[in-house]
Structures are given as C-alpha cells and as structure tokens.
Design a protein around this ligand. Structure first.
Ligand code: WTA
Length: 656
C-alpha cells in the first residue's frame, strides 16, 4: 500500500459560476450537504423518499432495505413497477410530442422520434417478442449497432420483463458465444451489418459464427434488423427480420409488472480471471440510481439536449442513453458513427447542429480529438453547451483544461464521474452548481453514497494517503450478483479481509486530498483500462495461449498518451524465438488472433518474444518486472527471487 502515493499536485480550483448555480438543481454547497446529512441521519428514510418521489410504482413498496444475507441486499422489495413504463408511458400524458431521440446516422442523416413514437415502437417490438414466446425472466442477447433500434430492443425487453444482455458490437464471435452461452439466451437481436466511419462491419455473420460454436441450443430466434440491406445468411426457420416481426403488431403493450428486485439486465465485464462476469442489475434500485444522478450530476433541465456518446454495449450507454435520459423525459442525441468521420470535427458539428446542452464522453475521445484538431472546436458554434462530463478513466489535468477552455469555452462545468458497471450509476461526481471543481478529481461522493478510502484491513486512511476505494453501506443501484455465480460476487466485491465483508470493494485505488476531494488512481486488480474499456489481463492471456503456436503469455498495461493504457504482451512460443521478419509476421498474426478471439479493442499494442518469462523460483510470473520492462525503465527492484535473470535482456526490446 505504501507504493500508492499522491500522484497529483493539482492546485487549480473552479467554483461554479453564479449563472450556472442560479438555475441548478443543487444550487449551492449547502443544498448538497443537506441531502448528504439527510442520508447520514436516516439512511433508509432518505432512499425511501427518493424511490417514492422518483419512480412510478404499480404497487408501492413498504420496506426500503432488506439486508437478507449480506451482500445480497434487496431494495424496495415488495414494490412492483415496470422500468419501460417509467421511461415512456410516464411522459405520454405530459409531453407526447417532445422529441425523445435525435438520431444521427453515420452518413449524417437525421431522424427524430417523439415520446409517442418511441412508445409505439417499443410496444410493437415488445409484442413481436411476445409472439416469439419470449417471456418474463427469459434472457435476450442484443448485438446491435448504435441506433434507435438498440434502445427499442432494450426497452421492449424491460417492458415484458425479459432480461437483456447487450454485447458490444465490436466483440468477436467467440466473446459473443461465451456471453450467449453463459446467459442461456433464448433469442439474439442483431442487424445485418453495422455502419461506422463509412465502413460496413458484419453483425449477423458474427452471430451465426457464435451460434455454430455450439452449446447455444437455448437460442430459438434471431431477430435481424435490416441496416445496410446487404445480403447476409438467413435461416428462415430460426431467423426473422425485425420489420416482419413488428409488421401488424399492436402499438400498445401492457407492461409486465415486476418486483423491484426483478433483474433488468446483465452486462458482462472483465475481472481478474479469464472469464468475464455477468453483472446483474435490479429494476427499481438501478432505475433510481440513474434518475437521481441525472438530477444531481447532469443537473437535468427540461429543455436540455443531452448527449452521451457511449455505445449501449457498455454500462454508460445503459444508464445514460437507454434508461436515465428517458426516465427524465429528456431529448437526447444518439449517434451511430465515430468521432473522426468524416473528420475530427464530427462531435463539434453534432453539438452545433442539434444544440446539445449536456455532453458526456470519455477522456480517451477527448485526448484523441486534441491530437487530431486542437483548435477545431473553435470553428463550430458550441454556445448551446452548458455542462460537460467525463467517464471511464481518470482525466489528466491537461485534457481537462482543454475540454474546459476549448469545448466549454470556460463557461461549462465539467462533471468527472466515477462509477462502474457494478455500481450502475454515478457514485463520486460533482453536483455542478454546488461543488468547486479541481481538474482530475471526481470530487465528492453523491448523497447517500458512503465512499471511503481504507487500508488492507479496512481501516480508514488519513487524507493524503492512498488506499482502496470502498463504499461502506449498500446503495440501491449496486449490482445484485453475478449471473450464476453469487460466490464470486461475494468474494470479489465484499471480501472478508477488507471491512469484514461489509464494504463494497470497488477494485480501484484512490486518494483523498486535504479538502476531502477524491482522486482515482487506477485498478488494484489485473484489469486494464484501454480507451475507457475494461479488459482483464487474464482474458487476453487466455486468448494468446489458445493460439497453437503459443506456449505461454503474460500481459501488462503501460501508460498511453491517447488511450490511457495500452496492452503489452510477453509471449513464449512453442518453437524457437522468432527474429527479424519472422518476428514481425508473428506479431501481426498474434494481434489478428486476439482481435478474432476477443475483439479489436483487445489487440496488444506491442508483443515481445522471449524463451521464457521472468518467474520466481516457485514459478510465479513477476508481473512487476514485466511492467518495468514494458515501460522501458531501468530495473531497480529486487530481483533476487528471480529464477532466470538472463531472460530480462531478451524481453527488454520491443519486437517492433
Ligand atoms: C475507471 C465505466 C477515474 C475505474 C462507467 C473503474 C474511472 C472502471 C472513472 C469502471 C473516473 C470509471 N475517473 N477512473 N471518472 N470512471 N473509471 O465498469 O477504474 O467500464 O473501476 O464502468 O473505470 O469501468 P466500467
């Protein structure tokens, strides 16, 4: 723990402007502190009130929290609701014609969908799902492009009580297969192809390849949305076109009322083993987390045009595309393409054209846009913006300042939001009208979130000392378990040694400064954060050793200017050490292999070959040493336990 030190000496402070604070939901620090004090004084009363005020209940709950067998907490347990009803029907009487989604396709064409229209589409598709005999509690995998239809598919599942599991469209057939199999999905919703940056990528073929891998007999139907219209393989006994499925279906569909704890979705994320975990969320608690954070952190106002750039394949796209904004009745932008097509001004052009007020993206996107067009934002009219957000990884103060000055024109607060797939919604983030900002800090925990920094024994550390980030009390939006593996849930997130199994262990290290601001320092497990995406080193290692030419592999991360972290793989081949052209060819081959096994996001940036890996006498790979090598730093650590010191020379140089 002593190695975790304060890494930042940021001293700039940006208090909220009077103009912003004047209209904010939490207009000053006192308003924020009052909510925190209410939660402190009467924890259950606080969350009960929030759930009562923010959710439309079909049957009201009578108890707030059932501790049951910790950590398997239940919230608002005897209440009944439907999440899709809370996102759509709720607005039908008050604002049916308000635009819910402004959709901009890859080629720039724009379609709008009102709340009435979206409700109708969701109902028709839900009726379509029902006609395929998909029922409450069934699991449906969604592997879709970033379009209105992806949101419709998710909302329709929620409407009928089916549990969706969205798989990011960039994942390979193998990763998709693993997720379909683990979930025991009864159906897969996909498209013929995905169109991004002017290129078509196959989706249906990938689904077929995943199904062919076997063990997916649970899948009865594959629903295919026609995006590109290009020919794709089609099996008429199992596959059905989206447009044929909804054709003639009623435009109303009575929601399936479910218990508060009914699983809304699972979403797979990487952990420290080779097998991704299916993080399982509840209905009411999850929805509540997205709603309160929309109010407190995004300071939601009814005339906002909200734009979260995340794909629905990640938790950010669940909470701040499909659920949070719709539950608020917001107008939001959904964008199919990529930030750099047709040029690096695309994001700024979208903000200008659709008069976006709230823009939420990842530091990796910001850094790449700085690189590609430092001054580009000034060529667009970004005066509609009033709030900026950041998520997925620590934002370095330089990127923060550029975002603040060039994009926000020194007018818009930046909400740096710390949270995770497991937490469902923001945990540590500023209330922008109340909290003075420090570039690089996610500031303070939200009301009702008891975040703290502790040592290995679960004891609070003093400010300025780094430690493990924990959340000391259960909160509504926390994942309920891991799909089919509650033991792993308990062991990973509520370990006995830190806080005697009572604290949620986030897996990050962090630091509090003298003013109580939180600074996130990075993961404490073998999880990398590449372009804001979580990847387990073990997953990449398993993919590498699955190649018949590979004997052994170890993967570490190294800092990367744009992507935050990049992947460096150390590989031992079964045959002799490749040199020269043979090595280059092998590097290409293995990078392609990993892209095929997991997806292009997991491709190692660098591969180094050795006759062995640095190991202790007991055979443990010394990852610390590998990290030093990957960073091209001098080895200063104690290598006396190293079995084979000669190997270090070999691994020193990048193969290319
Ligand atoms: C990291 C994404 C610093 C962190 C919502 C966490 C962050 C992991 C921030 C979760 C932030 C996320 N500052 N680090 N504002 N937000 N992280 O599950 O390491 O994809 O544990 O959820 O991203 O990634 P996940």
């Amino acid at each position: 723990m002593s190695t975790i030190e304060t890494v930042l000496n940021e001293t700039r402070v940006f208090p909220p402007s009077t103009e912003f604070a004047k209209h904010a939901n939490l207009p000053n620090i006192a308003a924020y502190k009052t909510l925190c004090a209410q939660a402190e004084d009467d924890y259950l009363g606080f969350w009960g009130k929030q759930a009562d005020e923010n959710i439309l209940w079909h049957k009201p709950f009578t108890h707030v929290l059932d501790e049951g067998t910790p950590p398997f907490f239940k919230w608002f347990d005897d209440g009944e609701l439907n999440v899709s009803y809370n996102c759509l029907d709720k607005h039908l009487s008050t604002q049916p014609d308000k635009t819910a989604i402004i959709f901009e396709a890859d080629d720039g064409s724009v379609t709008r969908s009102s709340y009435r229209d979206l409700h109708q589409r969701v109902c028709q598709f839900a009726n379509g799902l029902k006609s395929l005999n998909i029922k409450k509690g069934d699991c449906v995998v969604i592997y879709m492009p970033m379009r209105i239809e992806a949101v419709v598919a998710m909302q329709a599942c929620a409407r009928i009580g089916a549990i969706h599991s969205v798989v990011f469209g960039g994942f390979s057939a193998k990763s998709l297969h693993e997720r379909i199999h683990d979930a025991g999905a009864v159906a897969v919703i996909t498209a013929d192809e995905q169109v991004r940056g002017g290129k078509n990528n196959p989706l249906k073929i990938t689904v077929d390849n995943a199904i062919k891998m076997g063990g997916t007999e649970s899948v009865r139907s594959i629903i295919v949305y026609q995006r590109s219209g290009n020919d794709v393989p089609f099996n008429p006994t199992r596959d059905i076109w989206w447009h044929e499925l909804v054709n003639g279906k009623a435009s109303d569909c009575e929601p399936e009322w479910v218990d508060a704890e009914h699983p809304l979705f699972t979403l797979y994320t990487s952990g420290s083993t080779g097998k991704p975990k299916g993080v399982q969320h509840s209905s009411a608690g999850y929805l509540l987390g997205t709603i309160v954070s929309m109010k407190w952190v995004f300071d939601y106002q009814s005339d906002d045009v909200f734009w979260c750039t995340a794909d629905v394949g990640w938790i950010t796209g669940h909470s701040y595309v499909t659920y949070g904004p719709l539950a608020m009745g917001a107008t939001q932008v959904i964008f199919e393409g990529i930030p750099t097509y047709p040029d690096a001004g695309r994001f700024w052009k979208i903000i200008q054209n659709h008069k976006v007020t709230t823009f939420y993206t990842a530091p990796t996107a910001i850094r790449s846009l700085i690189k590609l067009g430092h001054d580009l934002p000034s060529k667009y009219d970004l005066s509609s913006l009033r709030l900026l957000g950041s998520v997925g990884e620590p934002i370095n103060p330089e990127a923060w300042m550029w975002y603040y000055q060039k994009v926000g024109q020194s007018r818009c607060p930046i909400v740096d939001t710390w949270w995770q797939t497991e937490t469902g919604s923001h945990m540590i983030a500023p209330a922008p009208g109340a909290v003075p900002l420090k570039p690089g800090s996610c500031t303070f925990p939200l009301p009702g979130i008891f975040a703290a920094i502790v040592d290995e024994a679960g004891q609070d550390v003093e400010n300025g000392k780094g430690g493990f980030l924990v959340i000391k009390r259960p909160f509504p939006s926390l994942a309920r378990t891991l799909w089919g593996d509650s033991e792993r849930f308990k062991k990973t997130y509520f370990p006995e040694d830190v806080g005697q199994g009572k604290y949620y262990l986030a897996g990050d290290s962090a630091n509090c400064d003298a003013d109580g601001y939180f600074w996130i320092m990075g993961r404490i497990d073998d999880v990398l954060n590449v372009s804001g995406h979580r990847l387990g080193t073990m997953e990449i290692e398993s993919a590498l050793v699955a190649n018949p030419l590979v004997a052994e592999a170890a993967v570490v991360g190294k800092p990367h200017e744009v992507n935050g972290e990049s992947i460096v793989a150390f590989v031992v081949l079964k045959d002799e050490l490749p040199v020269g052209d043979a090595a280059t060819t092998m590097v290409d081959e293995l990078r392609r292999w990993v892209a095929k096994e997991i997806g292009p996001i997991a491709k190692p940036e660098e591969i180094r070959f050795g006759e062995n890996l640095p190991k202790t006498r007991s055979g443990k790979i010394m990852r610390r040493l590998l990290r030093t090598l990957a960073n091209n730093e001098e080895i200063t650590q104690d290598i006396s336990t190293l079995e084979n010191p000669a190997i270090l020379e070999q691994l020193k140089l990048p193969t290319r």
